[in-house]
Write a protein that binds this ligand. Structure first.
Ligand code: THG
Length: 367
């Protein structure tokens, strides 16, 4: 592919100078912003992530902030996950659905206070939908995108690195919870979360002016830990079954098709805009669902379009993400498979750009 031309519409991040100094070699575009995808090579980055610790510029996880008396009501209108039991200090992975039950985004919700929330979005223009709902229903709530840029610390040595910069207290943060930690006199949200299965934290860097100071402090503190700049890794996230909105699912899919039924409480999520539609489809159950798949043969090419899955000449699904896994010595993949062919062990044909291969439905993901 040719290069992408930079411009003002393609936003840099407050960490882009550091990312470039660290030798980024490829970017993708996510929420109209730069997201690094490769530093040394996808395979070398993968091996390093699983052994050491990395710092990721995930500023593209933009925040949609809801502030005001109707913030909690608006949040519940957006998702079929019941938020009534969610206390301040918690993060929830939530499907966001439209009036047909179709997925609009799969963000992490961060409850700062009863009347103040962040929605840490995946790649779709969720701000417009949320503003539209808030205004259409005349809710008493402010909706905007604040100057907040998440920076992730991921990998087995994450606790050690985070403790050196933010203090020993970070070790006590539980999974999908956050605390406030000080850096140069500023209080920052630090959560135990992130888009890998290697463990770690996400720092919600509030104020672009402190972005590079934090970046530099992490690299200084982690020299002897072999800290490197990294990014969400295309191999590791497939092994871990972490879904990518726009790749593995779109607004044509319900949360149940995406395997996100465990994050839905459609019976009790009163107020959710897609609730009636989801109750209707839930009766029958999904007719297709996300599955882990193993693809035979040596390394598959990059998956930048859906690869059809076939039983003979009948199309029964598609592969949407695939990569060679150095650790599992096979091609790991994520696909959407029709009910008639989704049982574990089912062998299908996948039409990749360099020919047909056998693909086997797995019982679950690898990590
Ligand atoms: N962190 C934050 N914002 C994000 C992402 C993130 N926004 C964009 C994107 N990632 C949203 N998608 C996901 C997908 C998976 C997870 C988080 C966000 C995830 N899932 C865990 C799992 O499936 O194992 C845990 C879910 C749970 O048990 O609650 O972490 O990464 N801030």
């Amino acid at each position: 592919m040719a290069l992408i031309s930079p411009s003002r519409r393609l936003r840099r991040t407050p960490f882009s100078d550091g990312v470039e100094a660290a030798g980024v070699s490829a970017y993708t575009v996510y929420n109209r912003m730069l997201l690094p995808t490769v530093f040394e090579s996808v395979e070398a980055d993968y091996a390093h992530l699983k052994k050491h610790v990395q710092v990721w510029d995930v500023s593209v996880e933009r925040q949609v902030e809801l502030r005001g008396p109707d913030a909690a009501r608006l949040m519940q209108m957006l998702t079929p996950r019941d938020l009534r039991g969610m206390l301040p200090g918690r993060c929830f992975y939530i499907p966001i659905v439209d009036e047909t039950g179709g997925m609009l985004n799969d963000p992490v919700a961060v409850k700062l206070a009863e009347d103040r929330w962040w929605i840490s979005i995946a790649d779709s223009d969720l701000l417009l939908w949320v503003k539209g709902i808030a205004n259409g229903y005349r809710l008493d709530v402010l909706v905007d995108e604040p100057d907040v840029s998440p920076l992730a610390i991921q990998g087995p040595k994450s606790d050690e690195l985070a403790a050196r910069v933010f203090g020993e207290g970070v070790r006590d943060i539980k999974f999908f919870r956050f605390g406030l930690f000080e850096f140069e006199g500023r209080e920052l949200v630090v959560a135990r979360s992130g888009y890998s299965k290697q463990g770690g934290f996400e720092i919600y860097v509030e104020g672009s002016d402190i972005a590079m100071p934090i970046w530099e402090a992490l690299f200084r503190a982690g020299e002897d830990l072999n800290v490197r700049a990294g990014c969400p890794n295309g191999i590791e996230r497939i092994e871990g079954g972490l879904l990518s909105f726009g790749n593995d699912m779109t607004d044509d899919n319900t949360p149940h098709e995406c395997g996100l039924g465990r994050f839905c409480d459609t019976q009790t999520a009163i107020g959710c805009i897609g609730r009636d539609a989801l109750l209707r489809v839930a009766k029958e159950g999904p007719v297709q669902q996300i599955r882990a798949l193993e693809i035979d043969g040596d390394a598959v090419p990059l998956c930048d379009r859906a690869w059809g899955l076939y039983a003979g000449e009948v199309r029964v699904g598609q592969v949407t993400s695939a990569a060679w896994s150095p650790d599992f010595k096979t091609n790991v993949a994520i696909g959407m498979v029709r009910m008639t062919h989704w049982d574990t062990g089912t062998i299908l044909d996948v039409r990749t750009p360099d020919g047909e291969r056998a693909a086997t439905v797995q019982a679950g993901f690898w990590l």
